[in-house]
Design a binder for this molecule. Structure first.
Ligand SMILES: Cc1cc2nc3c(=O)[nH]c(=O)nc-3n(C[C@H](O)[C@H](O)[C@H](O)COP(=O)(O)OP(=O)(O)OC[C@H]3O[C@@H](n4cnc5c(N)ncnc54)[C@H](O)[C@@H]3O)c2cc1C
Length: 340
């Protein structure tokens, strides 16, 4: 029997500094998955497939496979047959447990499946805070266009931390060289390409039915400045007694502190990402002109925006914020809310 509890909130970060640098946020996924893999349990998570340029769920049994699942991939991932595979693995390994990690919609789908197949007591379900996922077709065409011009993609990161957690660098590697994909990241943040269902997401809340939610602890430099680390900070929202048990089992591998739903506020914990006013025009352009045209039109920063962002950045850096253009709209929302 799993009981829902009043949501508990923690800021946390993996103690191991190398792992922190390799993780998108504060390394919550690595710490959680280590706990299962070290006992011989399984982890279901999302791995990028370089053959097909898609992001897909895999059942993972060792740390090197897990390491390949690290990193946020900004496209909708494919569940494939993973629910059935997880069930079959549990049937073949009756003494074992399984950790499922996916976006809110995928994790809640797995929760319902687990309840239906009577395996809920054998699985731990962790979901990830989400801004929304762009169409996987768009990403596929984007990579096809890149590969046609430059060569095969052998490495992908959306969140390299060389400039810190708040200024992630996004690139692919082709023929050993880094090729920026910041135009695609702009498309991700400008809200034109997200799937329609993401704009009506019911999981943009701190109350969920998974065991635990993880994400970025945005604005922590203001809300818990003593705990802030420029190299990454995770947010943990605990929803069930088993989630609490799980957090207690991993907390020795974390630096952590207790928090609350006010300190950890971010817009995707309150409401779905709103539809862009340019969405219709964007898809019309895409249908008429294709991927390269829309990348030129929507993936580039206009001169005025570049100047505005530069000014905002200078002001924020001078004020000790050190925030990037990706975070600027998010930061503006946050400041408005604090002022209100
Ligand atoms: C599309 C997307 C939007 C996000 N939006 C927000 C947001 O608005 N606010 C916020 O706080 N955090 C957001 N995140 C979460 C954040 O970027 C980190 O992924 C999360 O905090 C985990 O970081 P980590 O350091 O624990 O894990 P890492 O070690 O970096 O591991 C990443 C984890 O995410 C999973 N994952 C990566 N990409 C996908 C995908 N496409 N589909 C399913 N699972 C995936 C991997 O399986 C792994 O479990 C988003 C992530 C994604 C993929």
């Amino acid at each position: 029997m799993i009981s829902e509890i009043q949501t508990q909130v923690y800021a946390g970060r993996v103690k191991d500094k190398e792992t922190l640098m390799l993780s998108s946020s504060g390394g919550a996924f690595t710490v959680l998955s280590d706990f299962f893999l070290e006992k011989g349990d399984a982890v279901v998570a999302n791995v990028y497939n370089y053959q097909t340029n898609t992001s897909e769920f895999r059942s993972i049994q060792n740390k090197s496979e897990r390491d390949a699942a690290r990193g946020s991939k900004y496209m909708q991932s494919k569940p494939g047959e993973i629910f059935c595979e997880a069930y079959q693995w549990l049937m073949l390994n009756p003494e074992r447990k399984l950790l499922f990690v996916g976006m809110g919609c995928q994790a809640d789908g797995f929760r319902k499946y687990a309840e239906m197949r009577n395996i809920r007591n054998r699985v731990f379900i962790v979901d990830i805070i989400c801004h929304g996922s762009p169409s996987p077709k768009l990403w596929k065409e984007y990579t096809e266009s890149l590969e046609k011009r430059k060569g095969k993609i052998t490495y992908l990161t959306f969140k390299d931390k060389r400039n810190g957690w708040k200024s992630p660098t996004a690139f692919v590697k082709i023929n050993g060289k880094e090729v920026s994909i910041s135009d695609y990241v702009r498309l991700f943040y400008n809200r034109c390409a997200l799937r329609p269902s993401c704009h009506e997401c019911p999981y943009t809340t701190t109350e969920r039915r998974t065991d635990l939610t993880i994400g970025d602890f945005w604005h922590i430099e203001e809300t818990i400045p003593k705990f802030y680390d420029p190299n990454g900070n995770s947010l943990f929202l605990i929803h069930t007694d088993r989630g609490e048990q799980l957090f207690n089992s991993i907390k020795d591998d974390l630096d952590y502190c207790q928090s609350d739903t006010k300190q950890c506020w971010q817009k995707n914990l309150e409401s779905p990402t709103p539809v862009s006013e340019h969405r219709q025009e964007f898809w019309k352009d895409y249908q008429r002109e294709g991927i390269e045209f829309i990348m030129r039109k929507y993936g580039r920063l206009h001169f005025k925006t570049r100047v505005k962002n530069k000014i905002v950045k200078i002001i924020l850096v001078a004020g000790g914020g050190g925030i990037t253009s990706d975070c600027i709209s998010c930061y503006a929302d946050y400041s408005e809310r604090r002022a209100a």
